[in-house]
Design a protein around this ligand. Structure first.
Ligand SMILES: [Fe+2]
Length: 161
């Protein structure tokens, strides 16, 4: 399976610069980080959920949206703009830079825009993407669990998808 957009993203200078910046900004963060491990966990869990639920998916779209969904955190730390909104703007620029088609770009942007709230996730795929974002976190063994502001319903206190 060739993940064309996905591999263009990880070779895009603009994107990789933001990933490095985010790593630097979160180096002392005690809560979940927004790094490559999280992005890939999200994508893989979303694909497992799609397969289990019998939902058609394009792996390239899921991986690309996963790589980009939290990239707006850099802007959130800088200016306070919610990261889902900032991610949409930055992802849009990067998708244009790599020559993504209008149709695929719209699908990717919809996944990014709806990843933070269950209510804004409309399609089955958007709901799965939202769920996979949360499922990728290891709350059951987190040292910062007592200080984390995640409500109980979002936490992964058991292993499962
Ligand atoms: Fe995330």
């Amino acid at each position: 399976m060739k993940l064309e957009l996905t591999n263009k993203i990880i070779k895009n200078e603009h994107y990789m610069r933001l990933v490095s910046k985010l790593k630097e900004l979160e180096k002392d963060r005690i809560f979940c980080k927004h790094d490559m491990e999280h992005f890939l966990d999200l994508a893989r869990i979303a694909i497992i959920l799609c397969s289990e639920c019998g939902i058609d998916y394009d792996a390239d779209i899921i991986y690309t949206a996963a790589l980009l969904h939290d990239i707006g955190r850099v802007e959130e730390y800088r200016s306070g703009i919610p990261h889902d909104e900032a991610s949409v703007v930055i992802a849009s620029e990067i998708l244009d830079e790599i020559g993504c088609t209008v149709g695929k770009k719209a699908e990717i942007i919809r996944l990014i825009a709806s990843h933070r709230t269950a209510d804004s996730a409309k399609t089955e795929l958007e709901k799965i993407f939202y769920r996979a974002d949360k499922k990728s976190r290891l709350c059951f063994c987190c040292d910062a669990a007592d200080e984390c502001n995640w409500p109980e319903y979002k936490r992964n206190n058991e292993i499962g998808v």
